[in-house]
Design a protein around this ligand. Structure first.
Ligand code: ATP
Length: 366
């Protein structure tokens, strides 16, 4: 039977250590089958929050519900959750099958049922026929799958993942992002994933909560957070952005005219609302929003335009960037190199015109 009750509900959860508030009044729901990520910098409180959901730590206040039932007084091993740790915590002395069946043995399931369930879950994670092999015979990516299988065999309502890709090398991490998302949708289990890596969260998640300083700043899809960040922190943390400190000089409807201390005039939009003349603000523009032109006319119709000297070319295939120094103000700009190859020949010292639309400029109170 379909139900509207979310798999996980956190209601005004707070956690203090002495007089330090690590998690402050956090509330959110995670509907069944969602890949939900909590994204934030080191020390923002995400591990503390995950540990409270797992039951390893007791909230100072608030309530936690799984499938509509409060688990606040339920010990960790009795909660319908399972956790994948950063270092996976596999038992090196046991073979793969014994690792995967560990939780079932603890629950007192009989031997032949354990064997059947272990076999089935190993097939589902693409590791059929390896139950007898030692853990040491697996690659890093296969170990990740065994760690997931060990949790999924227990059929948790919610799987908690504590930066499980953190210990992998870059190439494998890129691959595992796709694989984890695929495994999650195949199992159709609710995942709560914590990470400080925005690219992991953007690629895998149905919903992302951006956490800062113990609080959720914004919750939304990857696209919402990227294109419509509600705070300066989210604009700076999710995706890359050029950032300027400025003062608002004039305002008409949602259009703002601003000036930096170096005299650069910027035009932007009050996307969040409430800004007024005289406010000191943080101004953000994405590298891919900036257009390049060899002639001044190519950018003169844009609300923000200038000329810059190429300081550096950061070649990275499709993600290549130019670092420009504004000739007039000395401000540094990061600009994504267009895929067309049109500006491929640019090198250090060349002059180039650049510009962008005011609607591509997001402005927040400093
Ligand atoms: P990281 O990614 O580095 O693990 P995090 O976002 O997971 O960071 P937490 O580990 O939740 O952050 O820590 C949040 C804050 O709470 C930190 O300032 C940390 O020092 C503090 N903290 C966590 N556990 C305790 C504890 N047991 N006693 C005192 N302070 C703690």
């Amino acid at each position: 039977m379909l139900t509207d009750v979310p798999d996980l509900q956190c209601r005004s959860i707070s956690k203090s250590f002495a007089d330090f508030n690590a998690v402050k009044d956090v509330s959110f729901d995670v509907p069944q089958g969602t890949f939900f990520s909590i994204l934030g910098p080191s020390g923002c409180g995400k591990t503390t929050l995950l540990r409270m959901i797992a039951g390893f730590q007791k909230p100072t206040s608030g309530d936690l519900l799984i499938k509509g039932k409060s688990v606040i007084d339920v010990p960790p091993n009795k909660r319908p959750v399972s956790m994948v740790f950063q270092h996976l915590a596999l038992f090196p002395m046991m073979n793969i099958g014994t690792n995967v069946g560990f939780g079932l043995r603890q629950r007192g399931v009989n031997r032949s049922d354990i064997e059947k369930q272990v076999k089935r879950v190993l097939e589902r994670v693409g590791l059929a026929g390896v139950a007898e092999r030692p853990i040491s015979s697996l690659s890093g990516g296969q170990k990740q799958r065994v760690a997931i299988a060990r949790c999924m065999v227990l059929e948790p309502d919610v799987l908690l993942l504590d930066e499980p890709l953190g210990a992998l090398d870059l190439k494998l991490r890129e691959h595992m992002k796709i694989e984890l998302k695929q495994l999650q949708s195949e199992f159709n289990t609710t995942f709560v994933y914590i990470t400080h890596d925005q690219s992991e969260a953007l690629v895998m998640s149905d919903k992302i909560a951006v956490m800062n300083n113990g609080e959720f700043e914004q919750t939304g899809t990857a696209k919402e957070l990227y294109y419509e960040p509600k705070t300066a922190f989210v604009a700076g943390f999710v995706g890359e952005a050029n950032r300027f400190a400025a003062t608002i000089k004039s305002k008409s409807a949602d259009a703002l005219e601003m000036a930096t201390a170096q005299g650069q005039v910027l035009h932007g939009t009050d996307a969040v609302g409430g800004l007024k003349v005289g406010d000191t603000v943080n101004v953000f523009v994405r590298p891919e929003a900036v257009r390049l032109s060899r002639k001044a006319e190519g950018v003169s119709g844009l609300s923000n335009a200038g000329q810059g000297k190429v300081e550096n070319v950061l070649f990275n295939g499709a993600n290549s960037q130019l670092i420009l120094r504004d000739e007039l103000t000395g401000a540094e700009m990061s600009v994504a190199l267009p895929q067309t190859g049109e500006f491929r020949d640019l090198s250090r010292g060349n002059l180039i015109h650049f510009g962008w639309e005011y609607l591509q400029t997001r402005v927040y109170t400093a």
